[in-house]
Design a protein around this ligand. Structure first.
Ligand code: CA
Ligand code: CA
Length: 317
């Protein structure tokens, strides 16, 4: 609109200039030709004619340019409005996207916190599992120990039952405190009231009970006597006083060992290096608790004080 006004204003100015030139020319002509019916001078026409046309063309071009400019501005305005609407939409989309992004961030933070909590719970569960495993191992060790003790106790129970059975039989066929083996009763002088005695005194004690010192003339009897001594125990930390007199001597002929019944020894169960008749004073035999059941004998001075083993046949019912 301003452009149109400018064109109109320019056209008015051109008419004003034209009128001024006419008036000036009239004034000049009045000095040359004062006839009221004469035509405008030729010089004026030659000056004004082309200028007005040029202005008119120029004005028209400017008008067209203004129209184009206005149309362009309008188009740009329309375009700008369209872009503004798109910008608004994009802004809204950006806000929604930002909101969604924030929600995703919140969810991510929540999931991360949950994951850390789950990891912490998992670690606690693993620790609890390890603790339970350690307790289970300890329980297993305790159980194994109890089982081993139970096995030992069961073996002891079996031995005790056998011992009870044996004692029951002994009560019937042997005096109290005597051991029964096959058809023979044996007494091991292990009671605290039994003092250690010489070989002769020990034999006398056996005879008081209708028995005599034991004659070990077989491996079976040797093993029985050895096992019984080991079961009873040594009774002393000094091995040389842990022996039991048996009915074997070489008092008549050195090196010729004979049992009480007069039979000569055929197989002895001597300790290594025995009999050695040390100081030529060792003529009586004793047996000792040893791990090797078949090597338990030693010759010792007959006056030496030791425990003893008696034997006699079972009572006849
Ligand atoms: Ca001797
Ligand atoms: Ca000896």
């Amino acid at each position: 609109m301003k452009m149109e006004c400018s064109v109109v204003h320019t056209e008015n100015r051109l008419e004003d200039m034209y009128n001024k030139l006419i008036n000036q020319d009239d004034n000049e002509l009045s000095t040359e030709d004062h006839s009221p019916h004469s035509h405008p001078p030729t010089r004026l026409k030659s000056i004004i004619g082309p200028s007005v046309q040029t202005y008119r063309v120029t004005a028209m071009i400017l008008g067209v340019l203004c129209a184009i400019l206005i149309a362009t501005i309008i188009a740009l305005c329309v375009r700008y409005n369209g872009l503004s609407e798109k910008h608004v939409v994009l802004s809204q989309n950006s806000s929604e996207t930002h909101s969604n992004l924030q929600q995703l961030q919140d969810r991510y933070d929540s999931i991360t916190a949950t994951l850390m909590k789950v990891q912490k719970n998992f670690q606690e569960a693993v620790s609890a599992k390890d603790q339970m495993q350690r307790e289970r191992d300890r329980e297993k060790q305790t159980k194994d120990l109890v089982m081993r003790e139970k096995e030992v106790l069961m073996k002891e129970e079996t031995k005790l039952l056998a011992r009870i059975t044996e004692l029951g039989k002994n009560c019937e066929r042997c005096p109290v405190g005597w051991e029964l083996q096959n058809t023979t009763c044996y007494l091991f002088s292990v009671a605290d009231s039994d003092q250690r005695l010489s070989w002769s005194q020990s034999r006398e004690e056996c005879r008081k009970s209708g028995a005599d010192l034991v004659v070990i003339d077989s491996q079976e009897k040797q093993e029985f006597v050895s096992r019984t001594m080991k079961r009873i125990g040594t009774g002393s930390r000094y091995w040389h006083i842990t022996g039991y007199w048996i009915g074997l001597r070489d008092v008549h002929t050195e090196g010729v060992w004979k049992w009480l019944n007069g039979t000569e020894l055929t197989r002895g169960f001597w300790l290594d290096g025995e009999p050695n008749d040390q100081y030529s004073t060792e003529d009586c035999a004793a047996t000792y608790p040893k791990d090797n059941l078949l090597k338990t004998w030693n010759d010792a001075p007959c006056g030496y004080n030791l425990k003893w083993i008696c034997e006699k046949n079972v009572r006849e019912n």
